[in-house]
Design a protein around this ligand. Structure first.
Ligand code: COA
Length: 169
């Protein structure tokens, strides 16, 4: 896969510019026999919400290179609202780490519960499938800076995991 350089006058972007939201009502076609949303569908929504944040940074197509471990803390029932928020935590060269957080809102009681969090890595590609060198991102809040610093350790871990997968494949 080739690498395409970005224009040198691309400005630094902020984490805030990438912050995105996505929401969906839990409907019967995405539930199991207990009426709870399928874990795979929650992962699909996480991928979509993550991709929006990644594209807001890259301003081109992105593909999911990896999704880190996910835990489902509470079931999501038919009729409840799944709410997701995402942002780019750190940009490397052609890849970026995106964090996605998922809540479930009961529209009758107004109760909101955090159900899952995930880190995804997206790679930017141009229309000819070449990897694109991304502009840098600037964390501005304390929280953004913490996520930015920790993203380096997570990247090292997931690239080591990738190597292990390759060597056992
Ligand atoms: C992801 C993909 C573009 C990587 O292409 P590649 O030619 O192997 O590229 P590289 O090894 O140079 O990796 C490109 C970047 O992605 C990162 N990367 C690759 N695999 C990764 C992984 N499993 N986890 C985290 N980062 C990963 C690399 O570290 C590199 O980052 P950097 O440029 O910021 O330093 C390619 O494997 C692909 O197209 N995979 C399928 C993607 C897809 O279809 N996803 C949908 C789900 S099926």
């Amino acid at each position: 896969m080739n690498l395409v350089e970005i224009k040198s006058d691309e400005p630094v972007r902020t984490v805030r510019e990438t912050q995105s939201e996505y929401a969906e009502i839990c409907l019967p076609n995405y539930t199991n026999m207990l009426g709870n949303m399928l874990g795979g569908h929650v992962m699909h929504l996480v991928d979509l919400c993550g991709a929006i944040a990644a594209m807001r940074h890259a301003r081109c197509a992105v593909v999911t290179a990896s999704i880190d471990q996910m835990t489902f803390l509470h079931p999501i029932h038919i009729g409840e609202l799944v709410r997701l928020k995402s942002q780019v935590n750190r940009v490397f060269r052609t890849s970026m780490e995106v964090g996605v957080k998922v809540w479930v809102e009961n529209l009758q009681t107004t109760a909101i519960r955090h159900t899952s969090s995930a880190y995804l890595t997206f790679v930017a590609l141009d229309a000819a499938n070449n990897k694109v060198l991304l502009p840098p991102i600037e964390p501005q809040t304390e929280e953004d800076r913490r996520r930015y610093l920790q993203a380096a350790d997570r990247r090292a871990y997931r690239l080591a995991q990738k190597d292990r997968t390759k060597s056992t494949g």
